[in-house]
Design a protein around this ligand. Structure first.
Ligand SMILES: NC(=O)c1ccc[n+]([C@@H]2O[C@H](COP(=O)([O-])OP(=O)(O)OC[C@H]3O[C@@H](n4cnc5c(N)ncnc54)[C@H](OP(=O)(O)O)[C@@H]3O)[C@@H](O)[C@H]2O)c1
Length: 324
């Protein structure tokens, strides 16, 4: 796979990465996990050059980092690890519908206490990218970011990233320590970042990691009705996946499928190739625990969409329903 540089001065990574969250967290939590297959998917990603692997301490919590640590045992140097800090599960079943109740924690002492746990679980003495999962509204970003910069100075972290931030928040962080990458939801049905955040990242040499680049499976046609969502699954609580909204949004997935059929690609490849075409600083992190999906997603790196295909995809209307 082709490589790109994450931000002007960051690490070299494959132009498509891998999101590991769904291997341990958020989706289809009633189903047993097949750790051996998840580990083989991580190895497959590395073999194909999808070197950036995204995780977070809160995924599980903790078990996703542990899984990645086991997968990378003996081959740590092949991966660019991106993990996150700043979210905590305060009640495993206290959220809507018995889901985990998650809260931001950007206090410097929490950041200082968290990095060593992440390194231990990941089985490494450093991570390439340490990301602030969400800005804590009760803590000035300068304080949180300053504590994250201490981890860089201590050699535990190479670069810092932000997630779901405004341009103003990026600027405030930059005044303390360079921002190497921003991670936010970005896909054919989540384009808010195109207005301000993406142009700012491009102008300022900041890499951008689109998360949920396949619309959590919706854009590839996985769900035609609310009832098709697994029982214990975060998507059941998201506005866009509620029955009426989901039905109203089916035309979006149909358009992606139409373009894919026209050019002999798959819907996932079209959704990812559209993202890559938005700029060389953009590295999508599709999530999967399924070997054939991983191979499918990797194929997007070689897919060049024509100007007409891009225009066709750009014309997709905004979806019904908020992201969260
Ligand atoms: N910063 C944040 O706040 C934040 C929030 C959400 C996610 N993320 C990161 O972004 C990563 C990706 O996002 P995501 O997992 O939410 O959504 P996604 O990548 O848009 O979609 C994942 C879903 O699509 C399915 N899938 C993947 N490739 C497919 C293919 N080629 N054909 C058919 N189905 C396919 C997966 O199935 P299987 O799992 O069954 O294989 C899974 O159900 C996460 O793993 C996480 O690292 C970050």
């Amino acid at each position: 796979m082709r490589n790109t540089t994450l931000g002007a001065h960051g690490p070299e990574v494959g132009v498509i990465g891998l999101g590991a969250m769904g291997m341990s967290f958020a989706y289809d939590m009633g189903a047993p996990r097949d750790e051996a297959t998840s580990i083989s998917v991580i190895h497959q990603a590395l073999d194909l050059g999808m070197t950036l692997i995204d995780t977070a301490d809160v995924y599980g919590p903790y078990t996703n980092e542990e899984l990645l640590g086991r997968a990378l045992a003996g081959q740590r140097d092949r991966a660019v690890i991106a993990t996150k800090v700043g979210r905590e599960i305060i009640d495993p079943i206290g959220g809507p519908g018995g889901s985990p109740l998650v809260k931001s924690n950007g206090r410097p002492e929490h950041v200082r206490a968290s990095i060593d746990g992440s390194l231990r679980r990941l089985g490494t003495d450093h991570v390439e990218l340490y990301q602030l999962h969400r800005v804590d509204a009760e803590v000035p970003i300068e304080e949180t970011w300053g504590a994250m910069a201490e981890a860089v100075a201590a050699g535990k972290v190479r670069y810092l990233g932000l997630s779901e931030v405004t341009v103003e928040q990026i600027q405030r962080a930059q005044a303390v320590h360079p921002v190497t990458a921003v991670q936010s939801e970005f896909s054919l049905w989540s384009r808010d970042v195109q207005a301000e955040v993406l142009p700012y990242c491009e102008r300022n040499g900041i890499g951008f990691l689109p998360y949920s680049p396949l619309g959590r499976g919706f854009l590839v046609g996985r769900f035609a009705s609310f009832d098709e969502l697994p029982e214990n699954d975060q998507r059941r609580r998201l506005p866009r996946f509620q029955q009426d909204n989901l039905r109203a949004n089916l035309d979006i997935a149909a358009k992606v499928r139409e373009v894919a059929e026209r050019i002999g690609a798959t819907p996932a490849q079209v959704a990812l190739a559209w993202l890559i075409a938005q700029g060389s600083y953009i590295v999508p992190i599709p999530g999967t625990k399924t070997p054939r999906y991983l191979a499918d997603n990797a194929g997007a790196a070689d897919l060049r969409l024509s100007a007409a295909d891009l225009a066709d995809l750009d014309s997709i209307p905004a979806p019904v329903g908020a992201r969260y």
